[in-house]
Ligand binder design. Sequence first.
Ligand SMILES: Nc1ncnc2c1ncn2[C@@H]1O[C@H](COP(=O)(O)OP(=O)(O)OP(=O)(O)O)[C@@H](O)[C@H]1O
Ligand SMILES: [Mg+2]
Length: 260
Amino acid sequence: MNGPDKLELIGIGKSYARGGKRHPVLDDISLRVADGEFVTLLGPSGSGKSTLFRLIGGVERPDAGRILIDGAETTGERGHISYMPQQASLFPWMSVAGNIASALTTAGIERRRAAALAAEWLGRIGLADVADEYPQVLSGGMQQRVSFLRALLMPRGVMCLDEPFAALDALTRAEMQAWLLRLWEEERRSVLFVTHSIEEALTLSDRIYVLSKAPATVLREIAVPFDRPRRADVWKEPAFVALKEEVLALLQRGGAGDGV
Ligand SMILES: Nc1ncnc2c1ncn2[C@@H]1O[C@H](COP(=O)(O)OP(=O)(O)OP(=O)(O)O)[C@@H](O)[C@H]1O
Ligand SMILES: [Mg+2]
């Protein structure tokens, strides 16, 4: 293990009222992300992954359970994590560069330096051309990349990324994965990541939690055994293919849903 837990969820439960009835979404979810660890949640569509992220971000409160960051309870509190929501949420009144720079100034970086850094980072993800545009004129995938960059540059201890690459074409997605992998291996942030791609999960993660369909429980915790730094073509290894099939079978048996 890498060290003490950065993030810990203990017995999280959540339900929503719909049509006069309570619908349980999360049922006694306990999980942890160690310092510098990359952890992924895999689970069917509607199993409550984004709900879990909203709870961790303090946007909503759980009905049961506790959330700890660095060992201190933060249940219901905002401002402790950097968070990329599933739907890119950029400030529509700010340019793309302004959106990135604002994440940096929020983090205490001086304005001029934030502007310079924003320009540099936008160049690195191939979006220098649209720096002065407003987010609304960007494609969904471009907005996703800007949103991803905002989360990345927010210097908080835990980074929660909700399907950050889902709207990208296959080539851009592979590029962004390789880029995230390199960057993460240099910086070792604590990451909680959501994806529907088993391959993406196996390529990036140290551990994976497989969730059942709603009300979600943890079906299994999987330690991903491949060496670091991880090769981008690790998917060619027989052990990778075997593990992928195992996870798929697990989701088919236990998580039978429509999204994975
Ligand atoms: N504010 C809300 N009010 C009522 N129901 C909600 C609310 N938010 C989420 N839900 C319900 O909770 C369940 C889980 O939704 P959630 O978005 O967390 O799933 P998910 O695992 O992220 O799915 P996907 O993989 O499709 O993104 C769904 O049935 C959804 O309709
Ligand atoms: Mg979701």
